[in-house]
Design a binder for this molecule. Structure first.
Ligand code: FAD
Length: 372
């Protein structure tokens, strides 16, 4: 049930729920096995309006609230967390460049294609030597003489979601010793080379890659490093939404299982130790939802969310890991088998404690804000 949400938004979220139950959840194992989403998924996501949530209507998107974006990500995560992670990155990071930094010419060239799913995108900040300490980015952007706005990009990027499939990548690169900015880079060019597909413990359907850039041509989408990094605050709310979706799905499956399975002549659901785990999970999911809604509502009101997005991401991601861990415990041996979804949710949950700033960085951000 959606509380305090506009009827049009409820209708949209119900469409997303139907899509997830009919077209996502039944295929999540197959996509994981194939380590890929089917290509047809992108136009389908576009048709549903899931690729342009953060883009204003006058720029070709749906101009949705941050609250709606977070809840859409949450619903998708219940079917496939890797797909939710991709949607979070596309909306909060990629498409946001068309909202805030791109020229009209850039927007006209790409935005519609991205929103409709014809152009697949990725956002590349992380490098082999620049992870949590993103300022260490070594990829260099050098202006191309006689081609205003275009730069040669040289360097390496690592752990890039959808990087192996993307037609267009936002590359964060160094423009001088102190300055960094962002560049739109088409992947169909000789300067772009995928070095390797990265195999991960969870979210495996997502095409995560390491790539190198050798005089690749990038089109400047002017922003400061702080502005580019600032997109991560809403991004963290998206990852929090993904975490809550994972936790809610694992919780639902666990409650059902605990009511069916009997040992010692009673249901697992009637055993107090099991009830304790279920009660803790229920409360932590509720708290995660409240932190998520608080961050999203503040964003929609134009209030700062630096601390609140870290609250939501940190708490929801740790909740997702605890809840999926308990879910396996309550499923017993079966919980460790591929016959039950909880083992996959447990593996997928790990990403939420690492991507878009690991938990230690979230605590650092919160401490900095509260000790100011
Ligand atoms: C599946 C997946 C998808 C990803 N997608 C993208 C993407 O699309 N685009 C992109 O740019 N990046 C992406 N990333 C990268 C992700 O954002 C980084 O992995 C993350 O920021 C951590 O960086 P790192 O892995 O280099 O870890 P490191 O920075 O090396 O940190 C390792 C560990 O050290 C500890 N640590 C680090 N710094 C501190 C500190 N200051 N205080 C205390 N402890 C600390 C933490 O425990 C941390 O987990 C993705 C990663 C994964 C796994």
């Amino acid at each position: 049930m959606f509380i305090d949400v506009h009827p049009e938004e409820v209708a949209f979220l119900n469409r997303v729920k139907d899509f997830v139950s009919q077209e996502v959840l039944p295929h999540t194992r197959e996509w994981e096995r194939n380590a890929a989403f089917p290509d047809e998924i992108w136009p389908r996501l576009g048709e549903l309006g899931l690729l342009g949530l953060t883009l204003s209507k006058n720029k070709g998107g749906s101009g949705s609230s941050c609250h709606l974006y977070c809840h859409a990500i949450k619903e998708v995560a219940k079917g496939d967390p890797a797909l939710a992670m991709n949607l979070s990155a596309i909306n909060a990071l990629c498409v946001a460049h068309f909202e805030h930094f791109s020229s009209d010419e850039q927007r006209e060239r790409y935005a519609q294609g991205v929103v409709s799913g014809q152009i697949k995108m990725a956002w590349a900040l992380t490098e082999p030597d620049a992870g949590s300490d993103a300022r260490r980015v070594k990829t260099v952007a050098t202006p191309i003489e006689g081609k205003a706005g275009f730069y040669h990009l040289n360097g390496q990027k690592m752990f890039i979601t959808n990087g192996g499939k993307a037609d267009l990548i936002v590359v964060v690169a160094r423009t001088s010793e102190k300055e960094l900015s962002a560049f739109l880079m088409e992947t169909d060019q000789p300067g772009f080379q995928i070095e390797k597909r990265i195999t991960t413990v969870g979210v495996s359907a997502s095409n995560t890659v390491q790539f190198s850039l050798k005089d690749a041509i990038g089109w400047h989408t002017p922003c400061t490093f702080e502005e580019a990094i600032g997109l991560l605050y809403r991004g963290r709310l998206g990852i929090a939404g993904m975490a809550v979706g994972i936790a809610e799905k694992a919780f639902e499956l666990t409650c059902d299982y605990s009511k069916q399975r009997e040992q010692f002549n009673r249901r697992l659901a009637d055993m107090q130790s099991v009830q304790n785990m279920i009660a803790d999970s229920a409360m932590e999911i509720e708290a995660s939802n409240l932190l998520l809604d608080n961050g999203a509502r503040r964003f929609d009101l134009g209030l700062p969310i630096i601390k609140e997005s870290s609250f939501a991401k940190l708490y929801a991601s740790e909740t997702a890991n605890r809840v999926t861990n308990r879910a396996i415990q309550i499923h017993g041996g079966r919980g460790m088998t591929q016959e039950f979804l909880v083992e996959k949710l447990w593996r997928d949950a790990k990403l939420t404690e690492i991507g878009e700033g690991c938990s230690e960085i979230q605590r650092m951000v919160i401490a900095k804000q509260v000790l100011r």
